[in-house]
Ligand binder design. Structure first.
Ligand code: GLY
Ligand code: MN
Ligand code: MN
Length: 444
């Protein structure tokens, strides 16, 4: 399976430390284990920042980075080996493994952190941490600082500055390396296969969860541990609910089904939406809306390239969709005016995309100094226009109501434009109908 190579984690730590102020320290906790009920835990997923800098997938761990420290810049606190616990819960790296396999210069048991960490912080001017995102850890950090303060009369020097780590780290995460793009391609390939499988399985009389099962099958078969977010399988009018997750309704003849689902590989997300007719054949109205969304997506791709700004792709989708809705008689008026007064938002109420990476809605600023960010090589984003005609919208002809269409692909900015990572799933009306017709012939 495709993984981020070990050497890349080391490069990332060095790159972060090179940007930290002299005589500073960065401290990052692993994600906490979340309890599902009593002694049952949710599937563990490492914190993305923690994973980005370490590749260490265990809970109860803390990364400490101290640029310029003679006795080692990278210290990892983690669980000790424990034969009894490992028999029940699985292997642990332990301190030896942290050094041998994860490149730590030094490693200590997590149970010793209260005794050791204040000594590492002491004498440093600045502490970098993800302030505010983990209140329990913030409290621990202040406890460690107070230990140092309580020894001030003995000459101990507590740090004076506390800096949010996010700005530096999240900007690094925004630019994907070749290795990251490779992993994202793999996640995209598996997710594309999952959408194809769901299209092939689509039949009236099944339920939304029947198609979710087809997705899950391909995700796991491809080696993905879990979806990157809760899969949306929305049939009929449910397609107009943007974050629908109930996934338990019946698939009906004549309805569309919208699936927004993608898996995660080595903590990198993919995020694909396709919309198709349950019975394999678009009606005239479904096709008209679908082709309009598709045209708007094509217009957006043309606006993704270095030196274009983040908003241009969105603006392109708004123009195509508004113009098309006027042509279909769903909106009435002058296109420029309908754009200026945001009339299109009754049908297209979200943005054309978001950054994509370790988090499905990935980190990174969308504006810099009040201006839309200029796209650069290596930035990864989704392109996902949609049109949703509410089932109870009395302002449009009945034949349009309840139609919801979104088409979503993942792209990486390249020197000359963008690479579409998710092009493995059929997308035109003809391609989708052909795939579904073929699946029916084979099943018959
Ligand atoms: N799946 C969430 C999104 O498309 O943004
Ligand atoms: Mn999505
Ligand atoms: Mn998305």
């Amino acid at each position: 399976m495709t993984h981020i190579p070990k050497a890349e984690y080391s490069r990332r730590r060095k790159a972060l430390m090179a940007q930290m102020e002299p005589n500073s320290i960065a401290i990052l906790p692993a994600a906490a284990v979340a309890i599902r009920n009593r002694d049952v835990e949710h599937v563990y997923r490492q914190d993305s920042d923690f994973q980005y800098l370490s590749g260490f997938t265990e809970p109860q761990a803390v990364i400490v980075l101290m640029p310029g420290r003679e006795h080692g810049e990278y210290v990892l606190f983690c669980r000790e080996r424990n034969a009894e616990r490992e028999l029940w819960d699985g292997l642990r790296a332990g301190q030896e493994g942290a050094i041998r396999d994860y490149g730590a210069d030094d490693a200590f048991p997590i149970t010793d952190i209260d005794d050791i960490l204040p000594g590492l912080i002491e004498g440093r001017d600045r502490v970098y941490s993800a302030m505010g995102s983990n209140p329990e850890f913030d409290r621990h950090l202040m406890d460690w600082i107070n230990v140092i303060r309580s020894k001030a009369h003995l000459g101990a020097q507590p740090p004076n500055e506390f800096v949010a780590l996010d700005h530096l780290l999240h900007d690094m995460r925004l630019y994907k390396s070749a290795a990251e793009v490779k992993v994202m391609r793999e996640a995209a390939r598996i997710s594309a296969q999952a959408h194809i499988r769901a299209m092939q399985a689509s039949r009236a009389g099944l339920h939304e969860y029947s198609l979710e099962a087809e997705l899950d099958y391909e995700f796991r078969k491809g080696g993905a541990k879990m979806p990157a977010y809760g899969s949306i399988v929305a049939a009929g009018r449910n397609s107009c609910i943007l974050h629908y997750q109930q996934n338990d309704a019946l698939l009906k003849d004549g309805d569309l089904v919208l699936i927004d689902a993608g898996c995660e590989i080595d903590c990198y997300a993919s995020d694909i939406t396709r919309t198709w007719p349950v019975n394999g054949k678009f009606s005239a109205e479904q096709k008209a809306i679908y082709e309009l969304v598709l045209a708007s997506q094509e217009a957006a791709f043309a606006e993704i390239a270095p030196n274009k700004n983040w908003n241009q792709a969105h603006e392109a989708t708004v123009r195509v969709i508004t113009t098309g809705l006027v042509k279909l008689g769903i909106l009435q008026g002058e296109v420029d005016e309908l754009i200026a007064n945001e009339a299109y938002k009754a049908f297209y109420m979200h943005r054309a995309g978001h950054w994509l990476g370790m988090d499905v809605h990935d980190v990174g600023e969308y504006k810099v100094g009040g201006e839309w960010r200029v796209l650069e090589v290596g930035m990864a984003l989704t392109v996902e226009p949609g049109i949703y005609i509410a089932p109870d919208n009395q302002n449009v002809a009945k034949k349009w109501r309840g139609i919801g269409v979104r088409i979503e692909d993942d792209v990486v900015v390249t020197k000359s434009g963008c690479e579409i990572l998710t092009s493995g799933v059929p997308k035109t009306v003809a391609e989708i109908e052909a795939l579904m017709a073929q699946a029916r012939t084979h099943a018959a």
